[in-house]
Design a protein around this ligand. Structure first.
Ligand code: SF4
Length: 338
């Protein structure tokens, strides 16, 4: 869930990033098929003014370095902003350049990711920069199409790098952007959206104000994180209320959602394979080599012989994801970081 802001705290200060950050928009607009041009103008003006007044001072908003942008985007994919900030800064100290990350042993990369979760992201990040080194001499390609062709880069991340590193007018959507665009242009998005992914992606591309790709996309992300949140949109004080297709019905729709859905999801985490995968990698960060059974007893206190096939499947799956190495040794298997 990229950029989820439901629990974010606002940070003090204002960024001094070059280009875009803090500017107000007065330029021309392109009308999307989903809305009349005058509505687009109103949304541009309202959202960009809101961003100017409310944006948080986040370190990745001070750079146009595509590698640093990539690092921030990958970290933000599953982790909240306030947790990402120290990891982002630490990562760039440990691996300050593409080359440094490409050259680092993968085990070291996985260790450095410790605490962020979803360890596959670390391996994929290194795969991406190795491809940039191998295929582009260490210089990031600039077009969305070239970026999209890199391993580990999806439609969101390619658009984000194009917009945030190269200040292109790229349109793309993550969870927050999708929600904001849906509510503004298509209406209430819960319990289920009325617009398709294709429609929302097309809209995202069409509504970027020319020359304002950096600011516009940052503003959409920030607005979704702080103002138009999933469960508690601040409609009463929203500058876009008059132009919002979801207002006021969104408040009633949210109140009608079942309570406790989140608790149920958390309940399924305990004892899940996803939890076990995270523990396996954590154990290997602490103990470079472990036999399968030794690993099993550290991952699951009640581990027994009957759990061996389950654990074996997990470490093999992690191996396919580039997170472990499994080798036969005598009558057992030993597991290491790659
Ligand atoms: S009025 Fe409410 S639903 Fe509409 S954009 Fe503003 S915060 Fe979101």
């Amino acid at each position: 869930m990229p950029h989820d802001g439901t629990k974010h705290e606002r940070m003090s200060g204002r960024p001094s990033a070059p280009g875009g950050c803090g500017r107000s928009y007065t330029g021309p607009v392109i009308a999307p098929s989903a809305a009349p041009p005058e509505k687009i103008v109103a949304v541009h003006v309202g959202l960009l003014a809101w961003f100017q007044a409310n944006q948080r001072d986040l370190p990745w908003r001070h750079t146009r370095n595509p590698y640093a942008i990539l690092v921030s985007e990958v970290m933000l994919q599953q982790t909240q902003v306030d947790r990402v900030v120290p990891y982002y800064l630490g990562w760039l100290r440990a691996f300050p350049t593409i080359q440094a990350l490409a050259d680092a042993p993968t085990a070291e990369v996985i260790r450095r990711w410790s605490g962020l979760g979803y360890n596959r992201r670390a391996v994929n990040l290194q795969r991406t920069v190795r491809a940039v080194v191998d295929d582009y001499g260490g210089v990031f390609p600039r077009t969305v199409e070239q970026l999209r062709a890199l391993p580990g880069i999806g439609p969101y991340t390619s658009g984000a790098i194009a917009a945030f590193a190269f200040e292109q007018d790229a349109g793309f959507i993550d969870t927050n952007m999708r929600r904001v665009l849906h509510r503004l242009f298509f209406g209430v998005d819960v319990p289920s959206p009325v617009a398709t992914e294709r429609e929302l992606t097309a809209l995202a591309v069409e509504v970027v104000p020319p020359g304002e790709g950096w600011t516009w996309n940052q503003a959409l992300i920030e607005f979704g994180a702080l103002q138009c949140t999933a469960r508690r949109p601040a409609c009463v004080i929203c500058p876009l209320q008059r132009d919002c297709a979801a207002y006021p019905a969104i408040q009633t729709a949210i109140r009608g959602l079942p309570v406790g859905a989140r608790l149920k999801r958390e309940g399924t985490w305990e004892g899940s394979n996803r939890q076990a995968r995270g523990r396996i990698v954590d154990m290997l960060r602490q103990h470079p080599t472990l036999s399968l059974d030794d690993l099993g007893s550290r991952v699951r206190p009640e581990y027994g012989e009957s759990d061996r096939p389950w654990l074996y499947d997990l470490v093999r799956a992690l191996e396919r994801d580039g997170l472990t190495k499994v080798a036969e040794e005598g009558e057992t298997y030993v597991v290491t970081l790659p």
